[in-house]
Ligand binder design. Structure first.
Ligand code: SF4
Length: 247
């Protein structure tokens, strides 16, 4: 049994972690830490070990530890992943770079502000967290009237971070919000005219360049890129129908 209480050989892996604390570590820098990784050690395990033994000021978000809460999304060697299921040895490198998600304001270290993501999700008519997870005392952002969950989407923000369009266009609704709008359409959660009004503009469904990075990185198999393409097809059909009705 190794020092983590599990079986398997360990090997040293260096974590190069982006650090940022407004007013203290500013501009951002990279700090390096070493852990002894066994085959099961995840990036989140490593961060917890570093926080407990090397630097208690390290900040990151986490909760469930089993890929269902969506809180520990971050970039691991440049690729968006959930830290709780990303195994260090799977990276295949002796040095693993850990950075916060993109397309979101950086708060500190590996923590980003999820507000822009939530505000892009909310108007779709679906989304945000289950009633059971809603804290009545929490103040809802302006424009968010209720909280429900959009099926498999764990609201991790990973798709928005991986999306090349969202990284350069902060106004873009983004993969999760557009996928949620598609779901609102096909379930009848919202009238078609409302859904299409929400997505039929330059920062909506037409902004997507079909890079499909969102579908490639989504840890919950929502396939947001494919939902955007389906939403486009529905919108075109809706417009064609309306055109001929007018004629
Ligand atoms: S669509 Fe996938 S990647 Fe995007 S927020 Fe939902 S679960 Fe995360």
């Amino acid at each position: 049994m190794n020092q983590h209480g599990r079986f398997g050989p360990t090997r040293p892996i260096t974590l190069k972690i982006l650090r940022y604390k407004p007013g203290f570590i500013d501009p951002p820098r990279y700090d390096t830490f070493q852990v002894q990784a066994d085959p099961l050690m995840t990036v989140l395990d490593a961060l917890e070990e570093i926080k407990a033994t090397a630097d208690s000021t390290l900040l990151y978000r986490h909760s469930c530890h089993h890929a269902s809460c969506g809180t520990c999304g971050m970039k691991v060697n440049g690729r968006e992943q959930l830290a709780c299921v990303a195994r260090l040895v799977d990276e295949g490198t002796d040095e693993v770079v850990v950075e916060p998600l993109g397309s979101a304001p950086l708060v500190a270290d590996l923590v980003v502000d999820m507000t822009p993501f939530a505000l892009h999700m909310a108007p779709s008519g679906m989304a945000l967290v289950r009633d059971s997870e809603f804290m009545p005392e929490a103040e809802r952002p302006a424009g968010v009237e209720r909280y429900t969950r959009y099926e498999d989407c764990i609201e991790c923000n990973i798709c928005l971070s991986a999306c090349p369009v969202a990284n350069t266009n902060p106004g873009f609704i983004g993969p999760a919000g557009l996928a949620a709008a598609y779901r609102a359409l096909v379930t009848g959660e919202r009238p078609a005219a409302e859904v299409f009004a929400y997505v039929d503009h330059d920062d909506g469904v037409w902004r997507c360049h079909s890079a499909m990075e969102c579908s490639a990185v989504c840890p919950s198999d929502v396939q947001p890129g494919h939902k955007i393409m389906a939403l486009r097809r529905e919108l075109v059909a809706y417009k064609v129908k309306r055109f001929f009705k007018r004629g």
